[in-house]
Design a protein around this ligand. Structure first.
Ligand code: AP5
Length: 212
């Protein structure tokens, strides 16, 4: 059983690096952002409740996210562990994990400067079909606007990657999530990673810290 958590501000590369760990450990990535976007797209009750928060760059209320995570980790593919990406994001969410009897093995905190976060978020594009993530400059597709993996086009910009929404997400991160760095540091679970530079370099830093 392996339970990892990716912690970091919007655009730090949590999703990008979680994907690498999926291959290394053969356990699923559980991204609360992806799950909420799917719920919103499918028009479920959860999606309808979460949408106004997400559209404004605010955190979705804890009880909605915690319920969603409980259901997700009960699925068979999570029986050997998982990589949380974007969860827990508040003190209440981390306490809910404790109440569920779930102990994390490591919390990987990715550190990136604010100007670089903004560059990454403004240039991010995603495939609407297979959800592959690109960047206009740092991780461009082979053919502009077309997904390398499934051929779909055009690639889309996330509505919360507009400048005004990015600003709000950074505020939410500083107020609600950043304090978890000290919280997990005090528990002895924190691995701090310099997230600047080539994604392959960042991957190496994480692997070396995890001893894989
Ligand atoms: P979520 O989807 O989790 O967004 P986020 O935390 O803001 O994180 P991002 O997905 O924006 O960034 P990332 O760190 O994964 O970076 P990525 O690898 O994509 O959440 C969205 C919303 O859902 C929230 O605002 C909230 O409303 C709600 N929500 C989700 N979880 C919640 C929770 N637990 N509680 C309450 N509400 C919740 O990389 C970004 C870009 O940079 C990409 O283009 C990538 O190609 C590029 N890139 C990556 N690494 C590098 C590198 N080393 N160098 C250059 N470019 C790079």
């Amino acid at each position: 059983m392996k339970r990892l958590m990716m912690l970091g501000p919007p655009g730090a590369g949590k999703g990008t690096q979680a994907q690498q760990l999926v291959e290394a450990f053969q356990i699923p990535q559980i991204s609360t952002g992806d799950l909420l976007r799917a719920a919103k797209r499918d028009g479920t009750d959860l999606g309808k409740l979460a949408a106004p928060y997400m559209d404004n760059g605010r955190l979705v209320p804890d009880e909605l996210v915690i319920g969603m995570v409980k259901e997700r980790i009960a699925l068979p593919d999570a029986k050997n562990g998982y990589i949380f990406d974007g969860f827990p994001r508040t003190r209440n969410q981390s306490e809910a994990l404790d109440e569920m009897g779930i102990a994390l093995d490591h919390v990987i905190s990715i550190d990136v400067s604010e100007p670089e976060l903004i560059r990454r978020l403004e240039g991010r594009r995603s495939c609407k079909e297979c959800k592959a993530v690109y960047h206009l400059v740092f991780a461009a597709p082979k053919v502009a606007g077309t997904c390398d993996r499934c051929g779909s086009s055009p690639l889309l910009q996330r509505p919360d990657d507009m400048p005004v929404k990015i600003k709000q997400r950074l505020v939410e991160y500083a107020e609600e999530t950043e304090p978890l760095i000290d919280f997990y540091g005090e528990k002895g679970l924190l691995i701090q990673i310099d997230g600047e530079g080539d994604p392959k370099e960042v991957k190496k830093r994480i692997q070396s810290a995890l001893g894989t």
